[in-house]
Design a protein around this ligand. Structure first.
Ligand code: NG6
Ligand code: CA
Length: 500
């Protein structure tokens, strides 16, 4: 063998595949969708044929978790591969909060971008923007583009928080400079009417909170004025976002792409398009699920038409568990019927119980993944390291520190995921295999506004989830050594990396 052949033989064995042959990655994030909210997870009062099809042809996970029971920390972990409790301030953010992720650190998009991917995020952001003095009429940065996305079209925070505008790359989309935007989380601006003062102007009334600036007949959290031409219409939001996602896919070139599609559904305010008005007997919340399923269908259909399905890894999941009344009188409680948004799980969004973080998670990749159901314990925080492994991207020693490689589970090649996982609710709990440990807490037992048990108890709680998925029998008294062992384990994980 001459020197050249020798070199290429060596390289061939170790060199990562060329970027052009790497799979596309589409990560679809639902908002507040619970473990029992999809037909493929047992729901009967809503049809979700598109997501069900992904599940039937791929892997449906039964023990997959968002890293926290609310949005911002879950998204922080998904993108950085780090527990959000390590990051000061990683809690539900107001709409004018600065960017939570430091530009320059490795993120899911930056890892893939460095590997040759075209990267985009479309939809809910809620990780902060700017450096603390944000001017909504100028360049809004740092943001997604500074942490690894080539392009973005985002809702800055949530649908129920101002500013109610889309941000496209660095700018508010459709803004008329003669009508500048002002945003405040301190007090009313100008003479803008608020929901509290002018309930007669509302088409959707708050049940708790959400009584500040009125946009599109719905009062929100926070105050804003101006930007009339840029204000979103809630009814069109799913269409607008899906169209952007489709456009990104259709613009694919020779490079593989990564799309982080972060739906606003089924977060409040739930105002699905009129064509879903009779989709379910459950009113706005059920109809928003139907709308979400439709969005997924459009994305999959686009991939199919472009003959990309075999080359695309699709993941579908949710950023935290379900909540029914999350602040608007949208009849979600009244019309629930027998529907159980969190399935057999106790608690829901905001909770330490499994309903807080155990969410639907579906993987589909016709070219690679066979159909199955997986009980592997996995976290969305594991996506950065797993995708790095899939694409042959190198990770530095400080990168994605809490992210584990669960690629074999994601591809259905192994029934095992991680051994332990910290679940972040109002405080931290620990999973170790089938065991769940919730340390003693003096906190509130019930969030009365949303009617969700928060999992607080002044005694330690220990549950055997294999036998008792609903966390009804506290075994802490029976297994004191296990309680102690898990307390030590939790303490160790919590102090493993210095908080920044
Ligand atoms: C809460 C809001 C809730 C929702 C949540 C964030 C009130 C009374 N409640 O503070 O409606 O916006 O924050 O949800 O304001 S999340 O999915 O983005 O975490
Ligand atoms: Ca959420």
């Amino acid at each position: 063998m001459n020197r050249r052949d020798f070199l290429s033989a060596c390289l061939g064995a170790t060199a990562p595949r060329s970027a052009a042959r790497l799979p596309n990655i589409v990560f679809i994030y639902a908002d507040d969708l619970g473990y029992g909210d999809l037909a493929c997870y047992g729901a009967t009062r809503v049809r979700t044929p598109n997501i069900d099809r992904l599940a039937a042809g791929g892997i449906r996970f039964t023990d997959a978790h968002s890293s926290a029971a609310t949005c911002t920390p879950s998204r922080y972990s998904l993108l950085t591969g780090e527990y959000a409790f390590r990051m000061e301030g990683a809690r539900i953010l107001p709409g004018d909060a600065p960017l939570l992720i430091r530009p320059g650190r490795a993120t899911l998009p930056s890892i893939l971008k460095a590997r040759g991917y075209r990267t985009a995020t479309v939809g809910k952001w809620h990780l902060g923007l700017g450096d603390g003095r944000i001017d909504w009429n100028g360049d809004i940065k740092p943001g997604p583009l500074e942490i690894g996305f080539d392009e973005c079209f985002i809702i800055p925070a949530t649908g129920d928080r101002v500013p109610c505008v889309y941000v496209e790359n660095h700018r508010v989309a459709g803004l008329d400079p003669r009508d500048p935007i002002r945003v405040s989380y301190k007090g009313p601006l100008d003479d803008q009417p608020t929901g509290a003062m002018h309930p007669e102007l509302l088409k959707l009334h708050p049940s708790h909170g959400h009584d500040m600036t009125i946009v599109n007949g719905i009062s929100r959290i926070g105050y804003m004025s101006g930007g009339k031409s840029a204000l979103w219409k809630d009814e069109l939001m799913a269409d607008v976002l899906t169209t952007r996602a489709v456009r990104f896919i259709e613009a694919h070139d020779t490079r593989p792409f990564f799309l982080y599609f972060s739906s606003h559904d089924i977060h409040v305010p739930r105002v699905p398009h009129a064509r879903f008005a009779t989709a379910t007997p459950m009113g706005a919340r059920g109809n928003a699920i139907a709308q979400l399923d439709w969005c997924v269908g459009r994305i999959v259909e686009t991939l199919r038409k472009r003959k990309l399905l075999d080359r695309t890894l699709i993941m579908f999941t949710s950023d935290n568990g379900a909540v029914v009344d999350d602040g608007y009188r949208d009849e979600a409680v009244e019309k629930l019927g027998g529907h159980r948004p969190n399935g057999p799980l106790r608690g829901g969004k905001y909770s330490r119980f499994e309903g807080g973080t155990r969410v639907p998670f579906v993987v589909n990749w016709p070219g690679r993944v066979n159909s199955s159901v997986s009980d592997a314990l996995i976290s969305q925080m594991d996506i950065p390291r797993s995708m790095a492994r899939l694409t042959g991207a190198p990770l530095g020693a400080m990168d994605a520190p809490d992210s584990e490689n669960v690629l074999p589970a994601l591809l259905g090649e192994s029934a095992r995921g991680r051994e332990t996982l910290v679940e972040q609710g109002p405080s931290l709990s620990l999973r170790s295999g089938k065991w769940k440990y919730i340390p003693p807490s003096e906190g509130a037992r019930l969030n009365k506004n949303v009617n969700i048990e928060l999992g607080a108890d002044t005694r330690p709680q220990l549950y055997d989830l294999a036998a008792d998925i609903g966390e009804t029998r506290n075994l802490a008294g029976q297994y004191p050594e296990r309680v102690e062992e898990m307390e030590v384990m939790l303490h160790k994980i919590r102090s493993a990396h210095p908080a920044r």
